[in-house]
Write a protein that binds this ligand. Structure first.
Ligand code: ADP
Length: 191
């Protein structure tokens, strides 16, 4: 099963993706995790990514497409994937459509995790205190939210137009949200 998870920063995409992949036996592919690993490893990509991420802006689309193209073709992604953090704008959505067409691996579903903006800001403030992620500072979070509203929200409509979108209410416990997602997958017969 091939799944795209969509949602604002702090909506719980990463947490839900990690649980889902355990249930489904497919890899969790998170562009944020891949980029933070590149920063840690001090690669050329990491050097480029660091300051852009710390500002809360998006990396160039061509760099992201290379990264995702390579990752989706790794053997562990053969049975499917849960994609988290890509696509983040309409151009990336079109690139992903093209890539998956070429690979003859169409998406099964795009799931948007829907969380109220105030809740999201509270969650990120808590994560900043607990994990110390360098892009969780107040100013960067403001930029990330703005980038989401302006560039990523249209991706939700893109999948709605393709008939692939399901929205799930993202508040309540981690377990509550997971059960809502599992119910959706069951109803769509992709679990
Ligand atoms: P969140 O979903 O909480 O905003 P992520 O871990 O998914 O955090 O992403 C962190 C940062 O990595 C983004 O703010 C951006 O700078 C960069 N990034 C991740 N995915 C992409 C992407 N698809 N295109 C461009 N930049 C990206």
């Amino acid at each position: 099963m091939r799944i795209v998870l969509l949602g604002a920063p702090g909506s719980g995409k990463g947490t839900q993706a990690a649980i889902l992949t355990e249930h489904l036996g497919v890899p969790h592919i998170s562009t944020g995790v891949l980029l933070r690993a590149a920063v840690e490893a001090g690669t050329e990509l990491g050097a480029k990514a660091r300051s852009i991420m710390d500002r809360g802006e998006l990396l160039p689309d061509d760099i992201m497409l290379d990264l995702i193209e390579e990752r989706l073709q790794a053997p562990d992604a053969e049975p499917g994937f849960v994609l988290d953090g890509y696509p983040r704008n309409l151009s990336q959505a079109a690139s992903l459509d093209g890539l998956l067409d070429r690979l003859e691996k169409p998406l099964d579903i795009a799931i948007q995790i829907d969380v109220d903006a105030e809740q999201v800001i509270r969650r990120i403030a808590r994560r900043a205190a607990e994990e110390g992620r360098s892009d969780d500072s107040e100013e960067t979070v403001r930029t990330r939210m703005q980038v989401y509203e302006e560039q990523t929200a249209p991706v939700v409509d893109h999948y709605a137009r393709k008939g692939l979108l399901t929205q799930v209410f993202g508040e309540g416990s981690i377990e509550d949200v997971n059960q809502r997602i599992m119910a959706v997958l069951k109803a769509e017969a992709i679990d």
